[in-house]
Design a protein around this ligand. Structure first.
Ligand SMILES: NC(=O)c1ccc[n+]([C@@H]2O[C@H](COP(=O)([O-])OP(=O)(O)OC[C@H]3O[C@@H](n4cnc5c(N)ncnc54)[C@H](OP(=O)(O)O)[C@@H]3O)[C@@H](O)[C@H]2O)c1
Length: 320
């Protein structure tokens, strides 16, 4: 099986390269400059058709993911996450292959008390969530066979994410204030990659009935707050010999950001389990795997491209 994955260095794209190689699946990544999702529709379609080379599915893992910056760049966010996604779906339709598209928990407004179900009303609070929701709608309307996977709180050994931010800040400070009144399910990109590969294999294997298409939640099992996530990261880091800071829980109101985030982002993954038999591991288990890879010896391994404002780039958040 061969997959064409958008995004080259993104967390999910990188995890797919790694997991695909381990599974004997050929993964071709397509990213800038060969594919610019903010560019003209026909150029996107052409780039995908050119790179497809017998792919069984397109995995749409590239996105404009800078949640806060999107508030001041709404046109770019919409171009990439809505129009770009639509162009990918058009390419999938022309190639007669399914598109597996990553979406987000930020399509919900966070007001529900329990876990969100796929059929619950959406109500994004910011530009990013609105652009992703529009992308979903464009894909549904495209005529392409599609699997939309709403995931949440993504972290991994790659790119920029909350775990890497915590390890970096934890090495610099004695105390970190972290938001404690937003809840969600941390999700390892490595687990997302395993699930995406299993879904693609199932579709490729001819098991292509309508119940396998549509919208699904794909998130780690269990839930926590950002502060709870931070505490778990530092407990793991402490066990691996790092000196760790104290985590001070704070309310969202104490850490205003350009984009409002949902208070409750917890996603029910029962539909994915019922239709595909897939359930991601408990987030604490997957965190251990990622910490093992990020922490080696006396200090955290850090990428040279670690930036000073990681929380603005991804969906995670802490205090600066
Ligand atoms: N990260 C999260 O916490 C989270 C939560 C929920 C849902 N999601 C969704 O999950 C998916 C994967 O997220 P991720 O964490 O892997 O994202 P990521 O690490 O931020 O990577 C995003 C990728 O998209 C690419 N990209 C951005 N703009 C582009 C453009 N105009 N043309 C082509 N490529 C472009 C980036 O390329 P460059 O390397 O060139 O910048 C990068 O490779 C996304 O759909 C995201 O919306 C993420």
């Amino acid at each position: 099986m061969r997959l064409l994955v958008t995004g080259r260095e993104g967390q999910v794209a990188t995890a797919l390269k790694e997991k695909g190689a381990a599974r004997g699946v050929s993964v071709t990544t397509l990213g800038r400059p060969d594919l610019d999702l903010s560019g003209p529709r026909e150029a996107i379609v052409e780039a995908v058709l050119k790179a497809a080379d017998g792919a069984s599915a397109i995995v749409s893992a590239a996105a404009y993911t800078a949640v806060d910056r999107a508030e001041s760049e709404p046109e770019l966010a919409r171009a990439v996450n809505a129009q770009g996604a639509g162009a990918l779906a058009e390419a999938a339709r022309r190639l007669a292959i399914p598109i597996l598209h990553l979406s987000t928990d930020y399509v919900y407004d966070g007001s529900k008390a329990g876990p969100w179900m796929e059929e619950d009303a959406t109500g994004p609070l910011g530009v990013y969530g609105r652009s992703k929701l529009e992308g979903e709608a464009v894909i549904r309307a495209s005529g392409a066979r599609h699997v939309i996977l709403r995931t949440a709180w993504v972290y991994s050994p790659f790119g920029q994410n909350f775990v890497k931010t915590m390890l970096r800040l934890g090495a610099e400070r004695d105390k970190l204030s972290v938001v404690d009144d937003q809840r969600g399910s941390p999700t390892s990109a490595l687990d997302i990659a395993d699930a995406v590969l299993a879904i693609a294999e199932r579709l490729d294997g001819g098991a292509d009935d309508a119940s396998l298409h549509g919208t699904f939640h794909l998130a780690g099992s269990g839930e926590t707050s950002w502060a709870g996530f931070a505490r778990a990261i530092f407990e793991g880091a402490g066990r691996r010999g790092l000196t760790v800071p104290e985590v001070a829980p704070i309310p969202t109101s104490a850490y205003p950001t350009p984009a409002e985030r949902p208070k409750n982002s917890v996603l029910s993954t029962d539909r994915l389990h019922a239709r595909y038999g897939l359930r991601l591991p408990d987030w604490r288990t997957s965190l251990e795997t990622v910490l093992d890879r990020l922490i080696e010896g006396p200090g955290p391994k850090t990428d040279t491209d670690t930036q000073t404002e990681p929380a603005s780039r991804n969906e995670g958040r802490t205090t600066p």
